[in-house]
Design a protein around this ligand. Structure first.
Ligand SMILES: C[S@@+](CC[C@H](N)C(=O)[O-])C[C@H]1O[C@@H](n2cnc3c(N)ncnc32)[C@H](O)[C@@H]1O
Length: 218
């Protein structure tokens, strides 16, 4: 993204809600930049076959294609443009595997209680404006005993990227995330931190980021 010389506030806006032509480009950028985070979360997803799985905030959906082929996949995203992009880019998974993409907000999801065996979401927690409401919704849409996985960067990592993350990102320490999930009624809370490959930041400096994977049981 550094070579595109984009305004950091604009990039932050499209990371929160990718829209229009720039949102589509950001979607492609995220596929490359966040692939290691998807790989980190994937290590924690148990046997997927036949599971009713919900992903919240799928970007353009491309990074989740493999998961779509193995599950009853539903994606939820509040960017109508990302829903349209995923429907087009993942048309084979829609037709052959029954993947579906739904337009909606994590704070008020259009699903019945207990609709899913598993829910995962990667890089969306920074945009939960009402985190207790979002956590309560995650608990509600999971069946009792269902599993939640949250992929995120540490606050320290996001502080390294402050040129972008100072614009509207809500950065929560891991202990705060743990407390949030516990208060929503989740049990068996744990998290794992994986170092990511070194990468350049917007100024071209090499930075060491991490993938945090939270897991919890509804
Ligand atoms: C930073 S992108 C992450 C995309 C992908 N998960 C990744 O890690 O590459 C955030 C995605 O979550 C969606 N999103 C953000 N807040 C949301 C909310 N409140 N409800 C539903 N989707 C949301 C955005 O539209 C966008 O597609």
């Amino acid at each position: 993204m550094s070579e595109q010389k984009q305004n950091p506030a604009d990039i932050a806006k499209h990371l929160r809600k990718p829209e229009g032509a720039q949102g589509l480009k950001i979607g492609e950028f995220m596929n490359k930049g966040n692939a290691s985070m998807y790989a980190g979360v994937r290590k924690h997803l148990p046997e997927l076959l036949g599971q009713r799985l919900l992903e919240i905030g799928f970007g353009n959906g491309v990074t989740s294609k493999e998961i779509m082929r193995q599950t009853q996949y539903t994606g939820l995203d509040y960017s109508a443009d990302m829903v349209a992009a995923a429907e087009s880019l993942c048309a084979a998974e829609v037709q052959q595997n029954g993947a579906r993409f739904v337009h909606g907000d994590i704070h008020q999801m259009p699903f019945e209680a207990g609709s899913f065996d598993m829910v995962f979401t990667i890089n969306t927690i920074y945009f939960w404006d009402d985190a207790p409401a979002a956590a309560a919704e995650l608990k509600r849409v999971l069946k009792s005993g269902g599993q939640l996985f949250i992929g995120m960067r540490t606050k320290e990592d996001m502080d390294l990227l402050s040129a972008i993350t100072q614009h509207g990102f809500i950065l929560r320490p891991l202990l705060e995330v743990e407390a949030l999930l516990r208060e929503a009624g989740f049990t068996n809370l744990s998290y794992t931190v994986y170092p990511d490959p070194l990468r350049p930041d917007m100024q071209g400096r090499m930075v060491q980021l991490h993938t945090v994977v939270f897991s919890a049981v509804a």
